[in-house]
Design a protein around this ligand. Structure first.
Ligand code: MSP
Length: 653
């Protein structure tokens, strides 16, 4: 196995996501880290293959589909599609999106099963033990909590008694322990390796790898002539890492194997660090270089769960705060491997301070100075003459930075880049270019501006994998390209940029004063899973007849409000910005599309009917916290108002 730190072929994977749920920030976190690794490797010139996808078989998925009255395939198509769209919208640079329902995958898994069987690593027996459907995992009696509970998720396990095929995991105990010893950075962070070594040292049982009580899974190879069984979902799922490269079918991309990094969450480390290497040893394939396990995200200090209604939707966050800011926050806030807490305050602080002040403002300052003093034209010709000290400091930091990414210390990597930005910000204060200009020291002032532009260019190259879209804007403003050639020139060879012309751009990270996500605090619990079948059917019938129940109607909170302020929204043809009193101790800001029909001043003091529990939305960068009822026909639009004035806040029913 290759032990080189930076190899030419690089294969990066995310876990494949179960389709029993839609994505939350935990999923986004794994995917974003993998995306950063993939982008970084491409930038430094490695031939990179980045895989993500969905895990679609198993009892859990079959049950979720049934609860929704769908076939497992219909249901998987729907949720898998949502994952894919999310990653596309998030500009995740994957090379392949695999689904375990893909034909090629199934063929590959069957071939692998056959190979392990032929080798004598699989035998048929009887399984009797405890199974957690939620975690799709078998447990021994002494692993259970209070004789029944799953040690991972706490839910009750069920006793499964069935004929089963087994993988001779026990035979691999010694080999695994030797492998961990010889490859101390197989598991990252290294601290986590101990846990795995202890687990294996305590003895492994052979692993049940087939099920007969349901059929939503990959069938055994035809040659086994045993139709009753489907493969255990984790065997099926782990194989995706090689079937995606063509294992068992066309082998087209198998030259990317072994993987450089399998990104996983800490909850699934054991499957990747024990089962997966054992399967690979059985298949006589080389083992991956790293299994990198990140921690879990909590919400304001609490575990995220649907029942608590505190699950953070990554789309909501990025719609409100921007994708790049979210990426930066997730990677900078928490050391890799540790649990992290998602709070809007922490996110806002990162945006305002790190991104707004240190990065955005620096760009602003250099474009301001270059414009004012040099008509935006910048030359690097005297940078070395006047600023060798600063350049050396910068290069010293940058020299050691690649190692941090390789060791998955992305938060440190960012910390180091911010030290470089501090050198730039400090240089402006120390050298006071405005005084240089006053004292006719243009050459020195130009050298200083060019120093800052060069630092900014170097940092941008190394930040490109973290915030690709904002860095594109910075590159445009600095007049530089970000690619492997500029990486080689500015980072590896410590070179300087060619003469350039700076372009002024809008603030990259405008200051955020108030939390923008009002809804995540009260996000609704998705209850469908818990609803009994009959209720779902009743609901579906009503929907078909286009009727709603009275309860459904009362889900909408309608109230009388008084408009206390009204003004036009500049640059908008339709919108008026209203402040509406609903007797809540503060006014609501509502953006209403009624500008063509009402003058702002005519509305002040009048009453309206307000939808008061509408999810707040952002329109033209402003929050709107409700909606006014109105009717529109060919004669125009009228607001719906009470016939006679009513007490402010009166409920409408
Ligand atoms: N299907 C398996 C993986 C098979 S890989 C061969 C699976 N899927 S999952 O959808 O349940 O989880 C996918 C990833 O999301 C895991 O790495 C898991 O750690 C991560 N997260 C789920 N919730 C999380 C948080 N709250 N925080 C961070 N990551 C978490 O497991």
């Amino acid at each position: 196995m290759s032990k080189k730190k930076s190899c030419k072929k690089v294969y990066i994977t995310t876990p494949i996501y179960y389709v029993n749920d839609v994505a939350h920030i935990g999923h986004a976190y794994t995917t974003i880290i993998a995306d950063v690794l993939a982008r970084y490797n491409r930038l430094i010139g490695n031939d990179t293959f980045f895989l993500t996808g969905t895990d679609e078989h198993g009892q859990k998925i079959a049950q979720s589909a049934e609860q929704r009255g769908k076939t497992p395939k219909e249901y998987s198509d729907e949720i898998s599609g949502k994952f894919k769209t999310l990653w596309d919208d998030f500009d995740i640079s994957y090379d392949k999106f695999i689904r375990t329902t893909d034909e090629e995958h199934k063929i590959g898994v069957q071939k692998a099963f056959q190979k392990m069987f032929d080798k004598g690593d699989i035998y048929k027996g009887n399984y009797e033990g405890n199974y957690c459907v939620g975690c799709e995992t078998f447990f021994t009696d002494n692993q259970l909590i209070d004789e029944e509970g799953c040690p991972d998720c706490g839910r009750p396990t069920t006793i499964v008694k069935e004929e089963s095929y087994f993988f001779r995991l026990k035979n691999y105990e010694e080999k695994l322990l030797k492998f961990y010893e010889d490859n101390p950075d197989f598991i990252l962070p290294k601290a986590k390796a101990k846990e795995i070594v202890n687990f294996v040292s305590n003895g492994l049982n052979d692993l049940s790898i087939s099920r007969t009580s349901f059929d939503w899974g990959v069938k055994l190879p035809d040659s086994m002539d045993d139709d009753k069984h489907v493969m255990y979902v984790w065997l099926d799922a782990l194989m995706n890492y090689i079937t995606a490269l063509g294992y068992g079918t066309d082998d087209a991309n198998m030259h990317y194997w072994p993987a450089k990094t399998h990104l996983v969450g800490k909850d699934i480390l054991r499957f990747h660090a024990i089962f997966w290497p054992a399967f690979l040893m059985s298949l006589e394939l080389p083992l991956p270089q790293h299994i990198a396990a990140h921690g879990w995200w909590t919400r304001d200090g609490e575990k995220m769960s649907k029942s608590k209604g505190n699950v953070v939707d990554p789309r909501e966050v990025t719609d409100a705060y921007g994708l790049d800011a979210f990426r930066y926050f997730m990677l900078r806030e928490v050391p890799f491997g540790q649990d992290g807490d998602f709070s809007q305050r922490a996110l806002m602080d990162r945006i305002n301070s790190d991104l707004g002040n240190d990065l955005g403002n620096l760009l602003n300052r250099i474009s301001g100075m270059s414009g004012k003093y040099f008509d935006f034209k910048v030359t690097s010709k005297d940078v070395e003459k006047y600023h060798k000290k600063e350049l050396d400091e910068v290069h010293l930091i940058l020299e050691n930075i690649e190692k941090l990414i390789c060791d998955m210390q992305i938060h440190k990597y960012l910390e180091e880049l911010w030290k470089v930005l501090t050198i730039a910000n400090k240089a402006i204060g120390d050298y006071e270019p405005w005084n240089m200009m006053k004292n006719n020291r243009q050459e020195e002032a130009m050298a200083l501006v060019a120093l800052i532009v060069n630092i900014m260019a170097k940092v941008s190259i190394l930040l490109d994998s973290i915030m690709p879209s904002k860095i594109k804007k910075i590159a445009l403003s600095l007049g530089i390209d970000i690619n492997n050639a500029s990486y080689q020139n500015l980072i590896q060879n410590k070179g300087l940029i060619d003469d350039t012309v700076i372009t002024k751009i809008d603030a990259l990270f405008p200051r955020i004063e108030e939390p923008l996500l009002v809804t995540a605090d009260v996000q609704k619990v998705e209850e469908v899973v818990q609803k009994p079948r009959k209720e779902i059917e009743k609901q579906e019938q009503l929907e078909e007849d286009n009727l709603i129940t009275i309860d459904k109607f009362f889900e909408t909170s309608l109230k009388i409000g008084t408009i206390v302020e009204a003004e036009k929204v500049p640059k908008s043809k339709k919108l008026l910005k209203l402040q509406v009193d609903l007797n809540e101790g503060r006014n609501r800001q509502i953006l209403a599309g009624i500008k063509e029909f009402y003058k702002a001043e005519d509305l002040v003091g009048t009453q309206a009917c307000v939808v008061a529990n509408l999810k707040p939305a952002k329109l033209m960068g402003m929050i709107s916290e409700g909606m006014l009822l109105a009717a529109k026909d060919e004669n125009g639009l009228n607001l719906i108002r009470p016939e006679k004035p009513k007490k402010i806040g009166t409920k409408i029913s």
